[in-house]
Design a protein around this ligand. Structure first.
Ligand code: DGJ
Length: 372
């Protein structure tokens, strides 16, 4: 009898751990199926065969460097997440670009219908080099939970000019050495005209904060902060998602955007970004376009109400379309805790639309029924 009671008690505890949430609680501790705060920062979500997979940076208590790798969690209802372990592990070999202690940020995973492979892109900074490398890392797996195999890292589109740079801009002889001081009006104009694109032409464009976007025709794009974080770039990927086609554009030259997140609704592309203030929050920015390659138009801050100036104390990372619900998108953001990185919080909010544009407002708690 005692054994049966113990068994039932254990089942009830498990049940509670597995389905403890019935709503989102932005900014609060969010426990996984093991009762531990989810460790998937700067993340993105892939929906595959009825399951959501959340990939993100594993952060430790006292370091932002990658000591573990990229985590994966799975969920059926978006509220309750099962820890699927480390999808991409850092390496113990000093020869590896993803050696333990490097910086891995903002991993995103997409599924390639043709190759049936899961492809991960992430921002990679090499060990002990600060944020100088500004590389993209690419990894691949047969299953959504991995393990992912690291393939390569590099800058983006070496030897290629963006589609939207004029002949004059490409042939300009102005170089970084011509500017003793940064942030002057002349320097800003030169940056807008592609000063850093030309500087990085041979070695490839810088790539830091990033996301991936798969369009309706299955073409995929890498969207990243480039040119010393001053300009976003959008680069088309090859059909296997493992390389660049060489076609890319610049967005908001000199606009200083980080944390890009993109979604598409009724033929319009929407992008929400942040400004550049390190781990501190700032006001979100909103852009729209009729084509992924632009031109992109900037609108005012999409956030409304208390906390709108600081994106509710968070920074965008991904916009998640809710499966099976029309025009239902979740804004995913990080509330960074640089002094205790693993304590970083997740701010997920529903996107509402007013006059055709996304609007974000704070909610202490909310459920998917807001989309009904
Ligand atoms: C802000 C970026 O959005 C983060 O991903 C990270 O790179 C920090 N800056 C580092 O300061």
């Amino acid at each position: 009898m005692k054994k049966i009671i113990l068994f039932i008690a254990l089942c009830l505890v498990n049940l509670r751990l597995y389905s403890q949430y019935k709503e989102f609680h932005p900014g609060e501790i969010w426990k996984d199926n093991k009762g531990i705060h989810i460790n998937a920062h700067g993340g993105g979500v892939l929906y595959h065969h009825g399951t959501y997979y959340w990939y993100g940076e594993n952060k430790s208590e006292n370091s932002n460097n990658a000591l573990v790798g990229v985590m994966c969690y799975s969920s059926q209802d978006l509220y309750n997440w099962k820890n699927e372990g480390v999808a991409l592990e850092v390496s113990d070999s000093k020869e590896s670009p993803i050696v333990r202690g490097c910086i891995i940020e903002r991993p995103k995973v997409i599924f390639n219908e043709r190759s049936r492979k899961f492809v991960m892109y992430f921002h990679l900074e090499l060990l002990d080099k600060g944020y100088a490398a500004a590389n993209v890392g690419i990894a691949i797996a047969d299953s959504p939970t991995g393990k992912f195999t690291f393939l390569k890292n590099s800058r983006v589109n070496a030897g290629k000019y963006p589609l939207d740079m004029t002949k004059e801009q490409k042939e300009s002889t102005s170089t970084v050495a011509d500017f003793k001081d940064w942030w002057t009006p002349e320097w800003r104009k030169a940056v807008e005209d592609g000063l850093f694109v030309r500087r990085d032409f041979m070695g490839g464009q810088m790539s830091r904060d990033m996301t991936l976007f798969v369009d309706d025709d299955n073409k995929a794009y890498h969207i990243y902060s480039s040119e010393d974080n001053l300009t976003l770039q959008i680069a088309e990927l090859t059909d296997d998602y493992l390389n660049y086609t060489g076609r890319y554009v610049r967005v908001a030259p000199g606009g200083h955007n980080e944390a890009p997140s993109v979604f598409k609704k009724e033929g319009t592309y929407f992008m929400i970004t942040s400004g550049c203030t390190g781990w501190d929050p700032n006001a979100a920015r909103l852009f729209t376009s009729d084509s992924i390659f632009g031109p992109w138009k900037q609108h005012s801050n999409p956030c409304n109400g208390d906390g709108a100036d600081l994106t509710f104390n968070s920074q965008s990372t991904y916009i998640l379309p809710v499966a099976g619900k029309k025009d239902a998108f979740i804004f995913m953001a990080d509330r960074w805790k640089p002094k205790k990185p693993s304590d970083g919080r997740y701010v997920w909010l529903p996107i509402k639309f007013e006059n055709g544009l996304p609007v974000l407002g704070w909610l202490d708690q909310w459920g998917l029924n807001v989309f009904n």
